[in-house]
Design a protein around this ligand. Structure first.
Ligand code: FAD
Length: 340
């Protein structure tokens, strides 16, 4: 394993901003990961684990310790009755795994097609899209315990999955590094078509039970229409979480904005799409300040048109937060993680 110095973080993140990592390494095996941790302990340095860098924004000042890029890559399929258990290394590119499972005709990951990043982060973040969250098919997560340097297995329940969160992003952050994830996939049809735009695609085609391949292809088309997959534009996906407000608050807002969508999450709470607020309440979809803007097809996505700094991104994000707060009294929270 090679430790490099002064490596640009722009090239390691999909937002393409940030300064330099004082030290950087790629780890392809568990012994290499331990070696990287020994280096930080020996030199009393901070460290930060990255996968594809698709949910992160590093400071323009860079990172003063070791950035460790997970590249543990191996995928093993085990057939057991009606299921196939897939054990994938944390550094496997998420969408490569989805493609491989779809190619084998397995059900479970197809709705999560084309989400950037790695397998390890997918479990940490509990990624979700088109009516599915990855936790629904996670059997267990294998981690390296930073203190004991031993492998520990977390069952599905021990991972404490929530909306875009898991134990590894909360209490477990800084204590464990995900090295492998085991997925339990189905050989027989188990399609999830509840999500509006996906259902419409198959209703129009008259297909009630599409194959994983058909679902993957439909999702790829829809995602490419809505999100910036063009390498020239930097982004970190949805910049803000969808806010949850009280039913009373929502009712008041409806009197001002009768078209405002809302989805009940409990008897007294409603989730509102943040992209709708930025677009329809603030009129900021496709707006641009210099190198930074909101994506023309999805206001929830902040984009870097080329040479933006992290400071410029943050300022633009603050402008959005202030507008939404002023007009709706909703405080948007970030989904993207800032690393100082
Ligand atoms: C165009 C675009 C579209 C997107 N669409 C979606 C979407 O539909 N749904 C969705 O949920 N997300 C979406 N995202 C966000 C992003 O793809 C996910 O959050 C993804 O899981 C991040 O993976 P990564 O490997 O890039 O993680 P990184 O950004 O590198 O890291 C994210 C966090 O996970 C931690 N981490 C990474 N690997 C490990 C590990 N092995 N062990 C412990 N901690 C680790 C990091 O320290 C960091 O805290 C999108 C992003 C983009 C750019």
């Amino acid at each position: 394993m090679k430790i490099e110095e002064n490596v640009s973080l722009r090239d390691l993140t999909t937002m393409n901003t940030g300064g330099k990592a004082k030290y950087f390494c790629r780890v392809c095996t568990i012994p290499e990961l331990k070696e990287a941790l020994d280096f930080v302990h020996k030199h009393s340095l901070p460290y930060f684990i990255i996968g594809g860098g698709s949910n992160l924004v590093f400071s323009d000042k860079g990172f003063s310790g070791l950035v460790i890029k997970m590249e543990i890559k191996s995928v093993v399929f085990k057939d057991k009755g009606g299921h196939v258990f897939v054990t994938a290394g944390a550094g496997v590119v998420w969408d490569d795994l989805v493609e491989e499972t779809v190619e084998r005709g397995l059900y479970g990951l197809e709705n999560l097609s084309l989400i950037p990043g790695t397998v390890g982060a997918a479990s940490v973040q509990n990624i979700g899209a088109y009516g599915t969250e990855v936790e629904e098919v996670i059997e267990q997560v294998e981690v390296l315990d930073i203190v004991t340097q031993k492998i520990k297995i977390f069952s599905h329940n021990e991972c404490l999955f929530e909306y875009r969160k898991s134990f590894f992003k909360k209490e477990g952050k800084g204590k464990y590094i995900v090295v492998r994830v085991v997925f339990k996939l189905l050989k027989k049809s188990d399609v999830r078509l509840s999500y509006g735009s996906l259902k419409k695609v198959f209703d129009e085609k008259g297909i009630s039970s599409p194959t994983p391949r058909e679902i993957r292809e439909a999702i790829i088309v829809v995602r490419k229409e809505k999100l910036p997959y063009d390498g020239d534009i930097g982004s970190a996906g949805s910049y803000f979480k969808n806010p949850i407000v009280s039913q009373d608050h929502y009712t008041k807002l409806l009197s001002m904005y009768p078209e405002m969508p809302g989805f009940s999450v409990s008897k007294s709470e409603v989730k509102i799409p943040a992209g709708w607020l930025i677009d329809n309440v603030c009129g900021l979809r496709g707006s641009r300040d210099g190198n930074v803007g909101t994506y023309e097809h999805q206001a929830l996505v902040l984009v870097n048109y080329g040479n933006a700094t992290t400071e410029e991104i943050k300022k633009f994000a603050e402008k959005i937060v202030a507008c939404v707060k002023e007009k709706t009294n909703i405080s948007l929270e970030r989904e993207v993680e800032y690393v100082e």
